[in-house]
Design a protein around this ligand. Structure first.
Ligand SMILES: Nc1nc2c(c(=O)[nH]1)N[C@H]1C(S)=C(S)[C@@H](COP(=O)(O)O)O[C@H]1N2
Ligand SMILES: [Mo]
Length: 248
């Protein structure tokens, strides 16, 4: 069976790089018409078009009910303390392979430039829901912190655990800098509820529900996922054999 992964591993990328060089010659470029268009769409398929945007919807499409799934309220004592005083002393930590580690208050995150998007959340358990999310583009914070050129993954450490195992997730830099990848503090125009991940959750819109980490407390830039919990990049990946790349 031919899959995107097979073709990439099989050197499809090298082949396309060669085609690009030939296409740069002006005489050849004029003769490329239908063939070139076909090869472009093949290339898009090969690379999976990871820069493209997830579909966005309108307010009329908002789901009347958006299920709370997985953790509904972290049981950790320090989370309960933060919740009790409205997250006034809570900070988001951004550290690891950055020039300047950041500790950002919720007020600072709310005051930062934001993006609002209405998207569909798809859970592997077989349900979907559409909501509006507002939050800070992750790329903006990574640039502000001075992401190291050695960084390859961004890890999200959450406040909750499921069956005694801490919830965490990770994405690569293509998704980290994708324009729809935001740290959402607002859902459907109101502050994120506890069930949906207060005070801050990840929205990485080209991926499945389990990548949308709720209760994000710490963001860590790393060069490898080895050594972080069981090393597969996330709670479900470590404990239940879910795929690390959950792109849709
Ligand atoms: N911290 C944390 N993030 C999480 C989960 C969780 O249990 N804990 N569940 C995941 C799963 S499987 C889904 S489908 C969505 C559910 O988000 P919701 O509760 O806002 O519907 O969050 C994801 N992120
Ligand atoms: Mo899910």
């Amino acid at each position: 069976m031919i899959t995107r992964r097979n073709v990439l591993v099989g050197g499809g990328g090298l082949l396309l790089a060669g085609c690009d060089r030939i296409a740069a010659s002006p005489t050849v470029r004029q003769t490329l018409t239908l063939g070139e268009a076909a090869s472009r769409s093949t290339q898009r398929w090969l690379i999976g078009d990871r820069q493209s945007l997830a579909p966005e919807f309108t307010r009329a499409d908002l789901s009347p009910v958006f299920r709370v799934n997985g953790s509904a309220r972290p049981s950790a004592a320090d989370y309960a303390g933060h919740l009790a005083n409205g997250f006034a002393d809570w900070t988001l930590v951004l550290d690891g392979l950055v020039a300047t580690p950041l500790a950002l208050s919720l007020a600072a995150l709310r005051a930062a430039p934001s993006r609002t998007q209405i998207t569909r959340h798809d859970c592997v358990e077989g349900w979907s829901a559409i909501a509006q999310w507002t939050g800070v583009p992750l790329g903006l914070l990574l640039r502000r912190a001075g992401l190291s050129t050695r960084a390859r993954y961004i890890v999200f450490h959450c406040a909750d655990d499921l069956l005694g195992k801490p919830y965490y997730e990770s994405i690569d830099l293509v998704d980290a800098f994708h324009p729809q990848t935001i740290l959402a503090h607002t859902m459907n125009g109101t502050p994120l509820s506890v069930g949906h991940g207060a005070p801050l959750r990840l929205r990485v819109e080209r991926q499945l529900g389990y990548k949308q980490a709720k209760y994000v407390m710490r963001i860590q830039a790393v060069d490898t996922l080895a050594g972080i919990h069981a090393g597969k990049g996330g709670f479900w990946e470590d404990n239940h054999d879910y795929q690390w790349y959950a792109g849709i």
